[in-house]
Design a protein. Structure first.
Length: 139
């Protein structure tokens, strides 16, 4: 059996979702198989963006409605980067929000963020062996 994984993300405006994820993480648009759907590729993953209007019902089995303000979900993306601060500057310039930054030289630092559509994601700096030390900053 052969299994692959792709990730689907709802966005309110497809073009804005494509612009953010391509510019922020170096993905490229692979296809738009049907109206309102864009498939992005890169980083060894396929990311499917689905245009869904705010307030639309998320599923016929729930009363939940889509919202694109900051919201919590038990699933999020982690982007592993070489330079946390450069990656953070880049995503913020494109509309992401910094929520919390953990600095740890030994095992790698992390930034908790949300994309312009309210979805949480983390930027995780690959570990560098530069010595002990841990700091938490809230920005």
């Amino acid at each position: 059996m052969s299994i692959t994984i792709s990730v689907s993300i709802d966005v309110p405006v497809l073009a804005e979702g494509v612009a953010f994820y391509c510019a922020a993480f170096g993905l490229s648009k692979k296809s738009e198989p049907v109206p309102g759907v864009a498939v992005l590729h890169g980083l060894n993953i396929e990311l499917c963006l689905l245009e869904k209007p705010p307030g639309s019902k998320a599923s016929p089995c729930t009363i939940d409605r889509r919202k694109f303000e900051r919201h919590w979900t038990p699933v999020h993306l982690d982007f592993h980067v070489d330079d946390l601060h450069a990656a953070l500057e880049q995503v913020e310039a494109l509309g992401a929000k910094r929520e919390q930054v953990f600095e740890h030289a030994g095992h790698g630092s992390a930034a908790f963020c949300s994309d312009p559509f309210g979805h949480g994601h983390c930027l995780l700096q690959r570990a560098r062996e530069t010595g002990p030390g841990f700091a938490l900053s809230r920005s």
